[in-house]
Ligand binder design. Sequence first.
Ligand SMILES: Cc1ncc(COP(=O)(O)O)c(C=O)c1O
Length: 456
Amino acid sequence: MSHHSHLVAPSLQAEKEAETQTQDASSDSVWRFKGSDTAAKASSVTMRVIVYKLFDLCSQEVKKTLLPLAHGDPSVYPCFRTSIDVENAIVDVLRSGKGNSYGPAAGIFPARQAVADYVNPDLTNKVTPDDIFMTVGCNQGIEVVIQSLARPNANILLPRPSYPHYEARSVYSGLEVRKYDLLPEKEWEIDLQGIEAMADENTVAMVIINPNNPCGNVYSHDHLKKVAETARKLGIMVITDEVYSQTIFGDNPFVPMGRFSSIAPVLTLSGISKGWIVPGWRIGWIALNDPQGIFKATGVVQSIQQNLDITPDPTTMVQVALPEILKKSNKEMFAKKNSILKQNVELVCDRLKDIPCVVCTKKPESCTYLLTKLELPSMEDIEDDMDFCMKLAKEENLVLLPGVALGLKNWIRITIGVEAQMLEDALERLNGFCQRHMKKTVASLQDLKLSDNSEI
Ligand SMILES: Cc1ncc(COP(=O)(O)O)c(C=O)c1O
């Protein structure tokens, strides 16, 4: 619990302080200023708000350690520590003094060149350093791109379920959000028909996340080609989030969306947070896969540059180290990480089979999460996924993410990027919780099934 306490306490504190400030300003205060409300709507759809609420329900009285399996940051566990070579790349730059200066808004040239060299082997239409913009993690790439596309009446198509930062930033930028479905019965493929039905002349882009957080699938070459063809038909760009491209442990190979850039323009967002397990280093990039120069002709490139001009740059030190880090994209490190994740997925799927009321419909093959569906009719006093997670936190000090935080009601997301022992403990607690909250009729049917089996 100790390494997570920084995540819990300060923000709870901050939330309470913010409430007090607004109350003071709206009463008969003599002060003419008050906190802005612009971010309130946007932040309400972020995961953090829900996770902190759940942390708040955990207590010492339960006499169990807090198991934080709602958000994902494997870097806090020793088994997921990045390689020594990658750490040394930073140490060398630090000691050389070469990373102490401001960098240009688009990023320093060697870093942009290194990213182009890193992505090009998998692309048919190669990119140049001019097509790459360095960002403060993948998240700033999301922010800059959404802000660059926002204009009155424009809308953007986002997946459901999704990584919530896309929606939060769209709300913040005044870009209308339309959600298309990912289909659980089709291994979480994109509902392309749905996309065609919901797009109109004001649709500017569709976002895909591949490999997919939270579904854990990897899209096939054929499916991605269809995505590009749909985008072309609709006259929109594809924004692809590939931050998990080095976190794959299943059989389907990763295909970059940029491969289809001659069909429709593709804007790729990525970074080193997940692959190299260093989310705290805050380095990401935007790559423009656009052989026909559509982004330039439509002013998108200029808008990205302008947005980068007015936002903070990623740390120069890490940018200077990036060529070395990307060169040290050593297969061994990725393989070690992915093999631990695979073992964890097997462990969770295996245990879930014996836990009532939660069903894993597809074993993840990428990323650091596993989605399970709640069988609410089999439960006695659980209203929905949020209620499930709140009671679970309260009774077991186990924090899982309700699907509603990702746009998928009555599903639950479990983080698998943790130590195996934590998963063992979590599943034991989850089992106890589900047994307690299962309808009595379901419970006796299960007993019957078990005693039948024992006779065989
Ligand atoms: C799909 C997806 N995109 C982007 C990010 C943010 O990446 P970064 O830490 O590099 O900003 C995350 C983080 O969880 C993510 O899951």
